[in-house]
Write a protein that binds this ligand. Structure first.
Ligand code: 5AD
Ligand code: SF4
Length: 437
């Protein structure tokens, strides 16, 4: 769940703009002044998004005063939690939709025009959303594919099960057909997306259930797909069947994002994560055995209510034991409506910030060490586009999720090439082209 303040949300925004283009010929713009329709699609997983939405709506209202025909739609977690309340506080809004009713936005806009009244639909109509996904259109050689939605884990700090609903998987064949269509359009790397991809339970045409390991095997057989990533997974259903895939499926990248949240069993229990630090380490040990050199990224929450100095030291110890390659670490933020928001919390904010900084420094040091160990290596990389550093340079991504810049001609964009790593920087690598595919 990356800066992923919501990868899921970025994905939804992309889908919505495809949908609005197909259904109502809207073209995307980032310029408020020229927009006929403004969509606010926020995520409140880690931050207080509510007030931000209402202050944005205040600003947009000024533009709408000049152009009353402009439409405003509000979606995402805030819409899901606030529903009709949005219209009470901001009656100039035209449509309120939830993560599961995104596909109904064109219809809701028509309804708004026909009736002259604002429309609200933040329901969870089960699988329906998946039936209305527009035909995928590839942009380049990488693509995201949603395989499941929602979460039934109810970690005590998290809003996702309330805003996105329970886990629900797309049927196996739908996922495979979408990926095959993307591969036909030149996609080489696919990222399977879901709040808990390893909870995947897709129905097969025979009416059986396919688990995530089986899905990975099938995706691995699709011609043209060379790399498979996924995000994000949960330690609780990280089965041996999934770990075994790393031994037999070379298309699976050597990089896993596996949120641990804390290294203290006491805190993990209070978070309702459903595993201990030892169980987490056992998964990592087995993964490293199946795929030597695999890099593990994680999410950590610092300063969960009641986290003591000793609890935090357990987290630091876990960080050392595992040698995480990257982490998305944040200070705990009480999310309204979640059980943890009501827990007493007597750790001063400054102490939490100090802990966060120590943690991040430790993980950055591991990442740097791993980068340095790659010096001189030959890496097969997917070329993503021109490098930001300037003319003549290309940017590619390694298997273990690092950006490498190297001199090369633009024809190599969207292709797999082999580079030698020649330089290590804090957030990227430098290299030289060794071989084209
Ligand atoms: N406070 C801080 N971080 C949170 N996350 C989820 N809820 C909260 C919260 N209330 C983090 C978790 C999760 C990531 C997407 O966001 O680490 O894995
Ligand atoms: Fe939130 Fe926990 Fe579900 Fe992740 S597993 S989305 S943290 S409830």
């Amino acid at each position: 769940m990356r800066s992923f303040g919501c990868q899921m949300n970025d994905y939804d925004t992309g889908r919505l703009s495809d949908l609005l283009r197909d259904a109502q010929s809207y073209e995307r713009t980032e310029n408020l002044e020229e927009a006929d329709l403004v969509v606010i699609n926020t995520c409140s997983i880690r931050e207080k998004a509510q007030e931000k939405v209402f202050s944005d709506l205040g600003r947009i209202r000024e533009v709408k005063k000049e152009r009353p025909e402009m439409r405003i739609a509000v979606g995402g977690c805030v819409a899901s939690q606030e529903g009709e309340n949005i219209l009470k506080r901001a009656p100039w809004v035209d449509v309120v939709f939830g993560p599961q009713t995104l596909h109904r936005v064109p219809e809701l806009l028509d309804e708004r025009t026909r009736t002259g009244r604002a429309q609200v639909d933040v329901s969870f109509p089960e699988i329906e959303k998946f039936d209305h996904l527009p035909t995928p259109e590839a942009h380049g050689a990488t693509a995201f594919v949603s395989i499941m939605e929602g979460c039934s884990k109810y970690c005590s700090y998290c809003v996702v099960p309330y805003t996105r609903g329970e886990e629900i998987s797309r049927p196996l064949v739908d996922v495979l057909v979408e990926i095959a269509q993307l591969a036909d359009q030149g996609v080489k790397e696919v990222t399977l997306l879901g709040q808990n991809v390893n909870a995947y339970r897709g129905v097969t045409p025979e009416g059986d259930t396919a688990d995530f390991a089986l899905l990975l095997d099938y995706v691995g057989q699709i011609d043209g797909i060379e790399r498979i990533r996924y995000t994000t997974s949960h330690p609780r259903e990280f089965t041996q069947r999934i770990i075994d895939c790393y031994e037999r499926n070379p298309k699976l990248v050597s990089h896993v994002h596996l949120p641990v949240q804390s290294g203290s069993d006491r805190v993990l229990a209070a978070m309702k994560r459903g595993y201990t630090a030892l169980e987490y380490k056992s998964i990592v040990r087995r993964l490293k055995k199946a795929r030597p050199g695999i890099s593990i990224a994680t999410d950590i929450i610092v300063g969960f209510p009641g986290e003591t100095a000793e609890d935090f030291e357990e987290t630091m110890k876990l960080v050392e034991d595992v040698g995480f390659d990257a982490s998305f670490s944040f200070v705990f933020s009480p999310r309204p409506g979640t059980p943890a928001a009501r827990l007493p919390d007597d750790t001063p904010y400054e102490v939490k910030i100090e802990r966060l900084q120590r943690l991040q420094a430790a993980i950055d040091a591991h990442a740097q060490r791993i980068s340095e160990s790659m010096l001189g290596n030959l890496e097969r990389v997917l070329v993503l586009g021109p490098a930001r550093r300037g003319e003549g340079y290309l940017m590619a991504r390694t298997d273990n999720n690092r950006i490498v810049n190297f001199p090369g001609s633009p024809e190599l964009i969207n292709r797999m090439v082999t580079v030698r790593i020649t330089e290590v920087y804090p957030h990227s690598l430098g290299g030289e082209l060794v071989q084209e595919d």
